[in-house]
Design a protein around this ligand. Sequence first.
Ligand code: SF4
Ligand code: FE
Length: 488
Amino acid sequence: MMTGEEYIESLRLQQKEVYFMGQRVENVVDHPAMRPHINSAAVTYRLATDPEYNDLASATSHLTGRKINRWTHVPQNQEDLVKKAMMLRAAGQITGTCFQRCVGMDGLITLYSVTWEMDQKLGTDYHERFKTFLIETQDHDYMTDGAMTDPKGDRSKRPSDQHDPDLYVRVVEKREEGIIVRGAKMHQTGAINSHQILVMPGTAMTPADADYAVSFAVPADAPGLIYVFGRQVNDSRKWEGTIDQGNPTYGVVGGEAMIIFDDVFVPWERVFMCGETEFAGTLVERFASYHRQNYGACKSGNLDVLIGAAVAVADMHGVAKAGHVKDKLAEMAHLVETMYSGALACSYHCSSFGCGTAFVDPVLANASKYNTARYYPEVTRLAQDIAGGFIATLPSEQELENPRVASFIHKYYKTGENVDPIDRIKMGRLIENMTGSTPIVECMHGAGSPQAQRVVIQRLIRWQDKRKLAEEIVREEQEESAWKPSNC
Ligand code: SF4
Ligand code: FE
């Protein structure tokens, strides 16, 4: 397993084509817009090699028996699924933001069982190929970007019906040695700091979409791969100073990028689906369940940090003992624990596939993510309520060095004898960072928009079974009412 430092250094060996603010970025590792996200991903390496956390963040490979990072492990049982959730909460508490490596982890987990099922049904040899790839990923401790979301064009149309045929990643040519793929994957968490890209179809497909039912892996610096790093609210603060960033070490959300596949060659040994449209929907839905399990865990870890910031600011403001503040804090904790309980529940209530991979309960996993989309904004609202308006009007950190106003800022931002005004400003900036628009949008649409969870829940709930329960009770009530006590 790599340490955090080794992971960061390993990224220097890559020759990715990355663009940000109109410029090519030659050195991703030291770029101020990207480094915080890299530090956050490095936590997934740090935890696996830290004695305090390695029981959670490392595992034994079921393929090789070797010790591996859990972010490359395919869960074999209930304990593995529970530890996955616990690991994500722990990492979320340390970073206060996204650590990016879980999309690839869930891609690895999902493709393991889907390739096995394809081979069972169709007589293909995808699973053996995939196992070779997985062992290499585990042994090198690679960070994998799981790339699923296509540009999608007109949402009412299938991939093959779009006005432009490239709006979903597709195979444009099949050769003896491999395939050529074209298209793009949007808002890819951790893409610019991954070692490899694992592409999966982003939607269920019909036979007409055969060219789009494609899954494969490529090194992150394969020729033809182009990355466009996204802007975030207030991101120029990353190269202007430290305090104003709020979370200068780990940043905000995952440092998302668009990946363009400009006719990329993929050798057959790295192709894990090519035209098997009937399995595309299975893959997407299974992946979604694993990733929705996560959201109840990583986001509750992040919100633990936000609750802590609200506690600190309330104390600095002298309102920590006020009844309404204690009420709001209890409400925040209740919402966070509800989110996390969904992640644990779907892990405990698991099943397993024929290949031995453990699977979360999909209804509970979707409910957990749905709760996250609803409760995360509510917890941020309560944090802003407790913190007060100062988090939106703080002076820049440059003013702290401005001889004309610095002493006034210290004087007027000091709320009590023992309160350091700079600590208060830093805490305010952290709350501002964690409650701004980017994390809210991410918790809403990451792992699929809330409507996607509703659709799964609508489909998986056995409505008629529930109806029978009600009918049974009504029937018993009728029988009951026919009975008359003999002594009346
Ligand atoms: Fe992992 Fe959460 Fe980030 Fe997804 S949003 S990659 S589950 S930390
Ligand atoms: Fe995410």
